[in-house]
Every structure is written in structure tokens, then in C-alpha cells.
Design a protein around this ligand. Structure first.
Ligand SMILES: [Zn+2]
Length: 440
């Protein structure tokens, strides 16, 4: 084994293109190498990952793999992607540069231990949306992740922005990095040894990460899996051969342990029915044992958008909650019941219902007013309440056409407020129409 020589302060390291960076500081150390802060000759700062070469199975192949990924480029801004390789000093090792991690971001693991909390419910939902969109971009670019786990994510608790690091093992579809992933995040068929990681197993891992982000617990760790020591044999059982969702619809034998997972039922009940249904499908026995019925990133995007537009403040206690569109919801803070006056009903997207409850302060986004848009951040309308009536303020890019049930047609310009009347249809443009449905 070649002896690892760490870099020294002020050491100059030559990059593959012949330019140099200067080591200024050590940022951290992981299983694969050390990360340094470096300064480029132009003055800008970067991080440099410097590998423990003895830990790489096939360093030559790995160098080539990183070179390929740099050439294809980053799937989106969310990825802390390798930017430039260093020259490979013969007999020594190599590394690559990437952008420096901004300060406000916190490791996902800290959120899971409740050492860091989101500023509000919206930031939490945005984090889920940002993770989903990042993995969609990754898959669209022809990659899959293979060892997706909580260590890959850092999140800004203020706005839910996500950064994905440790992208070294990302590979193209059909390739195999040789890395199996952490058992807790691996698809059961990979744990069982039936299959190598791919796009479909990544989707299972994404559902696990989303469940942990929103509910705060692991979907397969309940009463039944409360072993004193987690040996390989038990790990294979829990995550591979006998996996059972803690909120399985038919089998409650792995339900949350009343003492250990005390908060799990509270968090579960905090979420509306369509989110529970999405997790029940993701962790059904069909998904766990046969790899079927898993949700695509596109499915999650629609589900999470519906979730984002259901955030309201409880009128009784002022806490944030998710409001169902067409049925009463119990506020988990004060246990009082809240019900929307009605809802806006859009055409389904990718077979998912698109509804927005009519309730003071509810927001619509670009996603809603433009059926081709996946922009979940730009606000396009807000529901306003006055005694006895609700209005929808047009903050979008478009003028709206409104058709009353009597057949009258009128327009609402950008900046105007539309009073929401039963059964009226709002045409946001390009045949993207929502109907006002009043609840009983
Ligand atoms: Zn309340």
C-alpha cells in the first residue's frame, strides 16, 4: 500500500489543465480522504478533496470515472459536483476541486436528531421538493446515485435549499460502482443480494429519505425491529428479507414502539391523507418484496406541491398545519377541527389530484398557473379572506379569464382580486382551468 502524504499549508497543487491551487486550510476528513480549502491563482476559493489512495479499489478506473463525470457536468446547482481533477502525482495520489460549502447549510443527520430545526413548515416541504427535483435532474442526466443516504445531504434550515455532496460514486445507468450503499437506505432487493443498485432502487432510497425528512423516523424501524444489537443477520431481516412499514395498512406488528418512537404517530397524523397514501404505496409489501409500485420523482413533485399549497395557520391556536381540501382536519397542536370553505380543483397531473384549499393565506405557485411549469418557489396567487367571502389575488404573469356557472365571462388582470364564487371556472391560460368547489 502506498503511504498517504497529507497536503501542507501553502503547498501548490497542479490541476489537470496545468493551472495551480494553493492549500490554505483543512476543512474536514472522511473515510475516503481529506478535504482542504484551496485558493485558485485567480483568487477564488474552492474545496479540494484529496484521496486516501489505499482505500480505492481501482484508482486508475476511479480517476477515469471522475474525469467522465466532470465532462458530462453537474445535473443541477444542488450538486457539489467535481469541477477539476488534479494531476496524478505518480507514486502518490490525486484529488479534485469543487465549490466550497456555504455556512448556513446543516447536515441532514442533525435534522434527524432534532439538533437543527426548520424555520417553518414551508422550509421543510421545500427541502423535500428540492431533494426530489435534484434526483430528477440526476436521473435525467443519465446517472444514478447508488449509495444515497442521509450523509449526502446538507440543508439550509431557513429556506429548505439542499446541497448534495459526495457525488464521487454517481455512475451512468447500467454501470455499477461496486458500492452497495448503507443498509438503512438500500432497496430491499439490494440488501437481499437479488439486484445491483439502479434507477429503481434509487427511487426507493429517495422515498426513505423523504419519509425521514418529513416524519423524522425510519420507515422500517418499529416495534418488531427493536433488537438490542443490530447484527448483520438482523439487518438483512429488517431491511431485506422481512421488511415491514411501520404504518403498514394491513399489518400493525411493526408499528412504532410507544416508548422509543413516541413522536412518530404524532408526525404521521400531522400529514394529510394523500401524503400518507404515497408513503403507504412506497413501502407496501409489493414495493418492499417485489420492487413494484414505487413512485417516480414526478409523482413526488405533484404530491409535495399539493402539500405545499395546503399549509395554513390554525385559526384557533396559530400553529402551522396542513389542511385537507375537502374534509375536516384536526390541528395536531390544539386538537381542534379546521375545515376549508372549499377548494380549487385543477386537472390531475401524472394521475395525481391537484387541489388547493380555499383558506386565508393559502398560496398558489407558478406550478399551478402554468401547467407546463415545475416552479414551486415563485408565488402566483394568494387566497384572501374577508367576512363571508374569499378572494384570489392574481400575482402571476398572466391575466385570468373567469367563467361563472351562469356563463358570464370576465377577466382578472395581474394585481386584481377575484372573488371566489361556487362553481366558477378560472382559466389561467393554455386551457389550464381550475374550478371552485364549495365544501358541504
Ligand atoms: Zn390549532
Amino acid at each position: 500500500m502506498i503511504e498517504f502524504v497529507p497536503l501542507r499549508k501553502n503547498q501548490r497543487v497542479e490541476l489537470a489543465d496545468g493551472s495551480f491551487v494553493t492549500v490554505t486550510d483543512k476543512l474536514g476528513e472522511g473515510g475516503q480522504g481529506i478535504v482542504y480549502r484551496v485558493r485558485c491563482d485567480g483568487g477564488e476559493e474552492r474545496a479540494l478533496k484529496w484521496f486516501f489512495i489505499g482505500y480505492l479499489n481501482d484508482p486508475k478506473k476511479f480517476y477515469g470515472h471522475l474525469k467522465d463525470n466532470i465532462q458530462v457536468g453537474s445535473p443541477s446547482d444542488a450538486f457539489v459536483w467535481p469541477e477539476q481533477l488534479t494531476k496524478w502525482v505518480e507514486g502518490e495520489t490525486f484529488g479534485y476541486t469543487m465549490k466550497i460549502f456555504p455556512k448556513d447549510y446543516q447536515p441532514f443527520s442533525k435534522f434527524l436528531l432534532a439538533r437543527v430545526n426548520f424555520a417553518n413548515v414551508r422550509a421543510m416541504v421545500d427541502a423535500a421538493l428540492n431533494m426530489t427535483v435534484a434526483f430528477k435532474a440526476l436521473h435525467n442526466k443519465g446517472y444514478n446515485y447508488q449509495d444515497l443516504n442521509d450523509g449526502n445531504f446538507s440543508i439550509n434550515p431557513l429556506d429548505g435549499k439542499v446541497l448534495i455532496c459526495d457525488n464521487d460514486n454517481v455512475v451512468g445507468h447500467g454501470e455499477y460502482s461496486g458500492i452497495l450503499g448503507k443498509p438503512r437506505y438500500m432497496a430491499p432487493e439490494v440488501v437481499r443480494g437479488d439486484k445491483q443498485p439502479d434507477k429503481s432502487t434509487d427511487r426507493f432510497s429517495l422515498a426513505v429519505v423523504l419519509f425521514m425528512l418529513l416524519i423524522g423516523y425510519h420507515p422500517l424501524e418499529g416495534t418488531k425491529t427493536n433488537y438490542p444489537a443490530l447484527t448483520n443477520k438482523y439487518e438483512k431481516k429488517i431491511y431485506g428479507t422481512e421488511p415491514l412499514f411501520i404504518f403498514d395498512e394491513k399489518d400493525a406488528s411493526n408499528a412504532p414502539h410507544p416508548a422509543i418512537h413516541k413522536n412518530a404517530p404524532v408526525m404521521w397524523n400531522f400529514f394529510p391523507s394523500f401524503v400518507k397514501a404515497a408513503f403507504q404505496q412506497s413501502f407496501s409489501q409489493e414495493s418492499l418484496l417485489n420492487g413494484k409500485n414505487r413512485l417516480l420523482e414526478q409523482d413526488w413533485l405533484n404530491i409535495l406541491m399539493r402539500l405545499k399549497s395546503s399549509i395554513v395557520r390554525c385559526p384557533h391556536c396559530g400553529e402551522e398545519m396542513f389542511l385537507e381540501s375537502d374534509k375536516a382536519t384536526v390541528c395536531q397542536s390544539c386538537k381542534k377541527t379546521v375545515k376549508a370553505a372549499g377548494y380549487l380543483n385543477f386537472a390531475p397531473r401524472a394521475n395525481h389530484e391537484v387541489t388547493v384549499p380555499i383558506f386565508n393565506g393559502v398560496k398558489l405557485y407558478d406550478y399551478h398557473v402554468d401547467s407546463a411549469s415545475e416552479d414551486f418557489a415563485t408565488e402566483a396567487a394568494v387566497v384572501l379572506e374577508k367576512p363571508g367571502k374569499f378572494g384570489l389575488k392574481n400575482n402571476s404573469r398572466f391575466n385570468w379569464k373567469v367563467k361563472t356557472p351562469e356563463g358570464k365571462i370576465f377577466a382578472r388582470q395581474v394585481g386584481e382580486v377575484l372573488v371566489l364564487a361556487a362553481n366558477a371556472k378560472i382559466d389561467f391560460g393554455n386551457k389550464n382551468i381550475a374550478q371552485v368547489i364549495v365544501n358541504d
